[in-house]
Design a protein around this ligand. Sequence first.
Ligand SMILES: Nc1nc2c(ncn2[C@@H]2O[C@H](COP(=O)(O)OP(=O)(O)OP(=O)(O)O)[C@@H](O)[C@H]2O)c(=O)[nH]1
Length: 462
Amino acid sequence: MPDRLRPAPYPISPGGHFRGMLEVDLNTVLTDPALNSCYPCRYLPGIDSSPFTYRQTFFSFRMTDRHFNLRLLLAALLWCALVGLSFAWNLYQAHVQRQTLAIETARSFFEQILITRSWNARHEGVYARVTPDTQPNPYLKVPNRDLRCSEDLCLTLINPAFMTRQIAGIAQHRNGVQFHITSLKPIRPENEPTPWEAEALRQFEQGLAEKGEIFGERYRYMAPLYTENACLKCHKEQGYEKGDVRGGISVTLPHIARIPFVELTVSHLAIGLGGLLILLVMGHLLEVYHRQLREQANIDALTGVSNRRYFTGHLEQEWRRGRRGQQPLTLILCDIDHFKAYNDTFGHPAGDQCLRQVAQALQGKLGRGGDFCARYGGEEFALVLPNTSGSELQTFAEELRQIVISLNIPHPSNAGGVVTISLGVATDEGSCPGAETLIQHADRALYLAKQKGRNRVEIHPA
Ligand SMILES: Nc1nc2c(ncn2[C@@H]2O[C@H](COP(=O)(O)OP(=O)(O)OP(=O)(O)O)[C@@H](O)[C@H]2O)c(=O)[nH]1
């Protein structure tokens, strides 16, 4: 096995690189050719690979992913916050609507009672037959309260208060709605206010127009009754004057619309989780497409090896890396012999296929992660071999030449009858002022190989 392909001794020494877990890993990777090949970033086009920038690359690559994941996390959090806000807003709206519906229903009941009472008051009370349910009102002290019309017909006067009590009884029986006519100075003891009603009546005297509140599943509402001229007939002796708050009627609704808490929770959970799922799937797809795009930007579409853009950027980085680490760097330029003639003989599509085969064969020969093969020009390929030099290079280059011959692609214009390549090899062991010079050296060697008859390896003198 050539030296360059043999794993170097593992360089971890206690105290050597143990400045941090990450640095140990990176330094190990940087100094160990065998481990270099394990380092996944080397396989990713567009990833910087010089020692110093290697570390940067590692971080920046990871950071890119981390940034992406952070953004995804932020988007997910934002989505959760939006769904949470929507849930809170809907809950609040349901509560407001429930309150509005309850107060409007109660007001409507109250208004109905007022209209009925007004009708009664307009007639200064109405007479009704005395029955077991409608007995003369002992608290109504007016002349002609009871009238006997015949042997079996007795009438009694129903004033607005009496009428309200009777309607309240019917309403409670029919749908559970309770009316209570009450006053702070009731004539009838049963009209004594409850503590809540007494508090409301006092507030009405202070100017409050109405009062309502939810308690449990029920809603209670109360509004004042103002003294009118017709009322003074019965209530003057209590000291009321026109316009005074004489009492009030409370309306209790047995059921009010419930808040759809379960429905809101379930729907928002479904929307939230659905959105999160879509976000995750879209995020994953975006990440995959983004990676593919990054990779494709550095790949030659025809041959599948790295393109010129990748080569130019990465040769420079490898050169700097080699210089810093005092490691040699080798560049091999390979050119298919008489390729114009091949195209002319078999046509362009066959020429493309030949390029693909040669490129893949060359790339397949590279064993280490640090090496890479790029399409340098039309039918020209460049192989970059970091940390490589010495006599083994000649052998390696010969192997490359042989592997193309062994593809056995017919080429009548070539001496051997098959497609061959010429190779120019140059190594920088510290003498080249830049990567450009290394290219010039390899190019000169390639030119020499062509001059000397093609299908051969020429090594630029160190
Ligand atoms: N089929 C195909 N041909 C290409 C492609 N790129 C360049 N070529 C051809 O490669 C040929 C290169 O010809 P030359 O530069 O004259 O070199 P050559 O015929 O190989 O001769 P030597 O290099 O001197 O051995 C030209 O005919 C180009 O059209 C490509 O993507 N596909």
